[in-house]
Design a protein around this ligand. Structure first.
Ligand code: G3P
Length: 217
């Protein structure tokens, strides 16, 4: 399973990259706004900065919702860097745009996916990635990981090439369960990635080893 980081914060992207386990980055308009990035030039520069840190897919989301606007915006985003993946919302014009991008060799990430039916449409249109938001599904009292399992099963049965990118990850356990469910990618906040490191027995064991090692020096 690939690890993407779900943030537009350059320090956090650098920190995850320095761990040596980072395969890519996802962003969205909320995450960009959180970093105080304003105006088309600043947005373009920020994506360029991210692409310089990580050598892997970087999802950049369109704001337009009509076919024409999505295509226009997506083409500009794709020109920033060869690793840019155009992130397109799960709406009718979005699906039409994903098909256009796919026919024109521009990779896409279909976002805001909450059902298996939506995931089938995204794959039919030729999306490179599909992003089911598992944390938000859990928030609504459904089971986010169960949706990942279902989409993985459908894609395997049907031979769809679209990669299942588990998004809206909130906890380290989400990452473990998505890995178990067969997700191709998990996009996570840094806290969930570093949360995987933690176990009290590791801390206790290390403290003991370090204490005993003083006798060896
Ligand atoms: O990748 C999508 C993600 O950014 C949404 O996360 O926590 O806002 O549901 P969240």
């Amino acid at each position: 399973m690939k690890f993407f980081i779900d943030t537009a914060n350059l320090d956090q992207i650098r920190e995850a990259h320095e761990m040596g386990i980072l395969d890519g980055v996802t962003t969205n308009p909320s995450l960009m706004a959180k970093e105080g990035i304003k105006g088309p030039n600043a947005v373009m520069k920020h994506y360029r900065d991210i692409c310089e840190i990580v050598d892997g897919p970087v999802s950049a989301e369109v704001i337009g919702t009509s076919f024409k606007d999505i295509i226009e915006e997506g083409k500009k985003l794709a020109e920033i860097h060869e690793n840019i993946v155009v992130k397109v919302p799960m709406i009718k014009d979005g699906i039409k745009a994903i098909k256009w991008f796919s026919d024109n060799d521009i990779p896409t990430n279909c976002t805001l996916v909450f059902s298996a039916g939506q995931a089938i449409l995204a794959a039919k249109a030729g999306a490179s990635f599909v992003s089911p938001f598992i944390g938000r599904i859990d928030d609504s009292n459904w089971d986010g990981v169960a949706l990942i399992e279902q989409i993985v099963r459908i894609y395997n049965t049907q031979g769809f090439a679209t990669e299942v990118l588990a998004a809206s990850i909130r906890t380290p356990l989400h990452i473990v369960r998505c890995a178990e469910a067969g997700a191709d990618v998990c996009t996570c906040p840094l806290s969930s990635i570093t949360g995987l490191l933690k176990h009290p027995l590791t801390d206790l064991g290390l403290a003991q080893f370090l204490k005993d090692a003083t006798g060896l020096q």
